[in-house]
Design a protein around this ligand. Sequence first.
Ligand SMILES: [Zn+2]
Ligand SMILES: [Zn+2]
Length: 286
Amino acid sequence: MNIKKVLIIEGVINFLLMMIKLAVGFSTYSTAILADALHSLTDIANNIVAWFAINQSEQPPDEDHQYGHKKFVPLAIFFLATLLSVVAIEVIVQAASRFGEPVLNSSIGLGVMFIVLGLNTGLTLWESFWAKKLNSTLLQADASHTFSDVLTSITVIIGWQLAARGYYWLDTVFAIAVAFIIMFLAYKLFVQSIPILVDKSLLNQAKIARTVTELPEVKSVKLVRTRNDGEANFADITIKVDLNLSLATSHELADKIEGLLATQFNIVDTTVHIEPALDEDKQTQD
Ligand SMILES: [Zn+2]
Ligand SMILES: [Zn+2]
């Protein structure tokens, strides 16, 4: 078993859950259950995106993508978040348009929804087991999401049962509640992916400059830039050294800085640019 296989099996089960929810939702006119079915659709999309992301980020750098392929992951997550937002709005529109419409009860439907709960709970336990065994934070995060799916389904079943007893408006309320859960998931995914896509600095620039300045050969630090590709940190740094420092010593210094930033700030790839430190008024003309 590996992470990708776990995701495939999970995707298949989520597909099954979605089909069951669609059948119950359409036969009882419950918008809340249909909303939960749409939620399952986003779970499937989630599994596909996670599989794609892991697969893609495993590829080494190539001629077209010389920095590697890690940013395909946040790109995929951003796409998924956009999809979730559209689904949430669609659910709200549908729920509002069916406000007060009758909702039917069905004992077969209820039994089937309990099977959904059982499957979903089993899936959570199974995924947590493999998350620990494979030591995967991605699977662990997904397992806790799967557990929240169980809670969502329980809420939806309660809403549907109350609605089917004559409180039709409750169906709309519970459907909109599901829409808000989906929106919250989308929000979390946007927060996770956008900083990486737009190269937001995730490290303390001043602290890096201070650490590098502590090296005796470094006169000053002119520029520090950092970015993250979703997995690893990268940095560009410009330092000023004595004009007469030899090339060999300068190169040694650059290597030292690379090592320092790797151990202290977990930066895997540092580009060091070295400039001669001239007198003060000349520096300002740089
Ligand atoms: Zn879900
Ligand atoms: Zn490529």
